[in-house]
Write a protein that binds this ligand. Structure first.
Ligand SMILES: NC(=O)c1ccc[n+]([C@@H]2O[C@H](COP(=O)([O-])OP(=O)(O)OC[C@H]3O[C@@H](n4cnc5c(N)ncnc54)[C@H](O)[C@@H]3O)[C@@H](O)[C@H]2O)c1
Length: 344
């Protein structure tokens, strides 16, 4: 593990820890943090993240390849942070279906460890501010199509594994809020809705990169169910700009915020938008849920956040439109496909 940069750091420089920083959202967040002048330490075990997401390196960036728990245990007493962004997680319902025990344990154990660490690893040995990325999945299957932070939540039975992702994230939220209430840790919980953009990979079932790759290959875009289920997609570059604002505001500590877009699009319309934007010859292919998920799967019809709270707390107006996001994602995937072809 690299040595602490403590001795060489000017006293007024913000020290920031990002877990899961080599992942999709984390790597974009790090760009924002470096841009504002932070010294950034990243812990990531590269289970789904990629070191290449962090670029060619940066004088103020330290990368530790490790699980969160192992890295925190190995830290010396001088490791102090002003802010912690905890993003490391087994992400998404598909991953939890493939590796339920590992995913459930990761989501609860790593969060518990990082919150315990935050209690005493702030700048002066007091608590460090910490932001947790939770998920819109936490809402379960609500009665309303627009999700507000204080809504009741309803999950399916524990025999339906897909709800365990939501439950692990809900436990993480309870832990964070309890650390705020009982230990004075300034903790902010952010429920991310569908976040999209460059560096997102389709291998874990994420819909937009899957569609873009199929469109570039000229293959059918597989839409599950009747395609009328809708989601709101927010560009990751909008999402990561608001996270430091939420963590930097004292008034946000101990609270939960939705972050995402509130413009709905059906999954079928999304597939058609990808084809049109990329001028692809692909078609849309409808796949019944039973074929896509032979073990059974309960999908939500609609998912849209209320953004009232985040707007009134720190202001939030997403700037990227879906067409530009699709183009940027396609440019990146196109380069990967060319690389793959030339290495064959
Ligand atoms: N992308 C979305 O649409 C979305 C939606 C809701 C919530 N979120 C949340 O945002 C966060 C980031 O998600 P993402 O989309 O960037 O996914 P990602 O898989 O790209 O990022 C997660 C990162 O955590 C790392 N990681 C996993 N387990 C680890 C461990 N035990 N120790 C250290 N590192 C570990 C992975 O290698 C990866 O780099 C997650 O907490 C996720 O639940 C994302």
């Amino acid at each position: 593990m690299p040595e602490s940069a403590e001795e060489t750091r000017a006293p007024d420089v913000r020290r920031t820890l990002v877990t899961g920083g080599a992942g999709f959202v984390g790597s974009h967040l790090i760009e924002v943090l470096l841009e504002r002048g932070d010294h950034v330490t990243v812990i990531d075990n590269l289970s789904t993240g990629r070191q290449s997401n962090l670029g060619a390196g940066h004088a103020r960036l330290r990368f530790i390849e490790s699980t969160v728990t192992r890295a925190l245990d190995a830290f010396g007493p001088g490791e102090r942070f002003d802010e912690i962004y905890h993003l490391a997680a087994a992400v998404g319902v598909q991953l939890i279906l493939e590796d339920p025990i590992g995913s459930i344990e990761t989501n609860v154990e790593q969060t518990s460890a990082v919150l315990r660490f935050a209690r005493t690893h702030g700048r002066d040995g007091g608590p460090a501010s910490i932001l947790l990325t939770s998920s819109s999945e936490v809402y379960g299957k609500p009665a309303s199509d627009v999700f507000c932070e204080d809504d009741d939540v309803v999950y399916g039975p524990t025999t339906a594994l897909r709800w365990s992702y939501a439950q692990t994230k809900a436990i993480d939220e309870y832990l964070a809020l309890a650390h705020h209430a009982r230990c004075g840790v300034p903790a902010v919980v952010v429920r991310l809705f569908n976040t999209v953009g460059p560096r997102q990979v389709g291998s874990y079932g994420m819909v937009l990169p899957r569609f873009v790759e199929s469109a570039l290959r000229g293959e059918p875009l597989k839409v599950f169910g009747d395609g009328e289920q809708s989601r709101c997609f927010c560009d990751v570059r909008d999402v990561v700009r608001v996270l430091p604002k939420l963590l930097g505001s004292q008034a946000c500590a101990g609270r939960v915020f939705n972050v995402g877009s509130d413009e709905s699009i059906s999954i079928r319309a999304l597939a058609e938008a990808v084809i049109a934007t990329l001028g692809s010859t692909s078609t849309v292919s409808m796949v019944p849920y039973g074929d896509a998920y032979p073990g059974g799967f309960e999908d939500l019809r609609h998912r849209r956040p209320s953004l009232e709270r985040v707007r009134s707390a720190v202001g939030f107006e997403p700037k990227w439109n879906l067409t530009d996001t699709i183009q940027d994602l396609a440019n990146e995937i196109r380069q990967q496909l060319v690389k793959e072809e030339s290495s064959q």
